[in-house]
Design a protein around this ligand. Structure first.
Ligand SMILES: Cc1cc2nc3c(=O)[nH]c(=O)nc-3n(C[C@H](O)[C@H](O)[C@H](O)COP(=O)(O)OP(=O)(O)OC[C@H]3O[C@@H](n4cnc5c(N)ncnc54)[C@H](O)[C@@H]3O)c2cc1C
Length: 399
């Protein structure tokens, strides 16, 4: 599948991995991880920390799937309002999902600190803006339910928004527990650390085309006719799960992003907070540590890469216009733009764990706007499952 087009900023900024190898023999490992994106890297991290021997394969160059296209905002609030999620999965599970996302941001911060990774990680504040009158009503309702469950949230009215952020909207939800990161740098940092310290091996350009369960092990077959024998396989294939998982569990969409030319310090808004809005489709805004603004959104509910790419310039203009409506005096100018595919589930939650049709495998499918926070949750849960620890799984396939 063609996952992205255009010029994804992180890849341009950081460049490809300096060394890589391709599998050209039959090998054995304890756990085989399919996918070297942020999900596969985090799964490897948690397992390697427990002394589990891991091997990662990727059909692309290391970490160059959706992870390079990501705008990498880390938020505990998912695309589905908590009050809506309660309708879909019940109050206990909905609140638990929000709490796990919140916790995953500090888990990631601790990993980055422990492994001493330079990934431009920064705790940020976040504004969820009401786009219209319905948005105001939704945010009021959302505020009450989040407050009831002690989730970090502040309600800002029009006057407060104007005076603090110079934004002309009727209302917003604010929190200061969000974050932003350079996902590609983070992913590469985790992989490089464990290659050096835990014997992790990563094979690029190694496509898994078939998986077979044998009596005492599971075997993956590569396109180049090599086999990898393992005790367990973790599938972290991002939005390309359809070749590995028989069941269709998500809808694929297209999304668009640009990054501006660097600006002066005085050209930014207060706190350089993350910004998104209640309109659907919405735009989201973040900044980078080299003084750029990254704006994305205007999703389309289809995946066809040709159709997606034809819309790139038009979407870019629309996103820029929407941004300028928010900040009419901004000196923003587009530098690079790109687009990507992303998956969404019916309830907005990821799928994690075992699937009845695929024995000896775990799936880490963090579908939704919060893919990275879901990756953290999935990786830690799969480590516990592999170690035989009791896990409460609200993201299972049979939920
Ligand atoms: C434009 C855009 C903006 C986004 N913004 C955000 C955001 O702000 N915040 C957020 O949390 N999330 C965001 N996301 C989502 C987030 O980027 C993804 O959830 C995350 O990067 C997925 O990581 P992954 O490792 O699961 O997938 P990937 O990075 O795609 O990695 C999976 C890897 O598996 C490999 N693979 C697949 N099948 C096989 C196979 N059969 N054999 C071998 N290898 C295989 C692929 O080559 C790929 O490299 C965004 C996504 C996009 C596209």
């Amino acid at each position: 599948m063609n996952l992205k087009s255009g010029l994804p900023f992180w890849l341009i900024k950081n460049g490809l991995a300096s060394e890589y190898k391709t599998l050209d023999e039959n090998i054995e490992t304890e756990v085989l991880i399919i996918g070297s994106g942020i999900t596969g890297a985090l799964v490897a991290h948690f397992l390697c920390e427990e002394g589990v021997k891991c091997l990662i394969v990727d059909k692309r160059m290391e970490s160059t799937g959706s992870t390079t296209a990501s705008s990498a905002q880390l938020q505990y609030e998912i695309d589905v309002f908590l009050f809506d999620l309660i309708e879909k999965v019940g109050e206990e599970n909905a609140v638990k999902a929000y709490e796990l996302c919140l916790e995953s941001i500090s888990t990631l911060q601790k990993i980055i600190k422990k492994l001493k990774i330079e990934a431009d990680f920064e705790i940020k504040s976040s504004l969820y803006l009401a786009s219209d009158a319905k948005g105001v009503k939704d945010l009021e309702k959302e505020y009450e339910i989040r407050k009831k469950h002690k989730l970090p949230v502040t309600f800002l009215n029009q006057k407060q928004l104007k005076s603090k952020f110079n934004i002309n909207k009727k209302a917003a939800l604010y929190n200061d527990v969000s974050a932003q990161v350079d996902t590609y740098k983070l992913c590469q940092g985790i992989l490089n650390h464990h290659k050096k310290h835990s014997g992790l091996v990563v094979y690029s350009h190694t496509d898994i085309i078939k998986i077979e369960n044998k009596k005492d092990f599971i075997e993956a077959h590569t396109e180049k006719k090599n086999t990898i024998k393992a005790k367990r396989i973790v599938a972290a294939p991002g939005f390309e799960s359809e070749n590995i998982l028989d069941e269709k569990v998500m809808q694929l969409n297209s999304t668009y992003v640009f990054v501006s030319k660097p600006l002066k310090d005085e050209d930014f808004w207060n706190e350089r907070c993350l910004i998104w809005e209640t309109a659907r489709p919405y735009i989201y805004v973040r900044t980078t540590n080299d003084n750029r603004i990254m704006v994305g959104g205007f999703d389309e509910p289809f995946q066809d890469p040709k159709r997606r790419d034809r819309l790139m310039e038009k979407k870019n203009d629309l996103i820029l216009k929407r941004f300028k409506k928010l900040f009419p005096e901004s000196k923003i100018e587009v530098d690079f733009y790109w687009c990507g595919t992303f998956g969404e589930t019916k309830d907005g939650l990821p799928f994690i764990g075992e699937h009845k049709d695929h024995p000896n495998m775990y799936f880490a499918l963090g579908y939704g706007g919060n893919g990275i926070t879901f990756s953290v949750i999935a990786a830690e849960m799969i480590k516990d499952m592999y170690l035989g620890k009791k896990t409460e799984n609200i993201f299972s396939f049979d939920r």
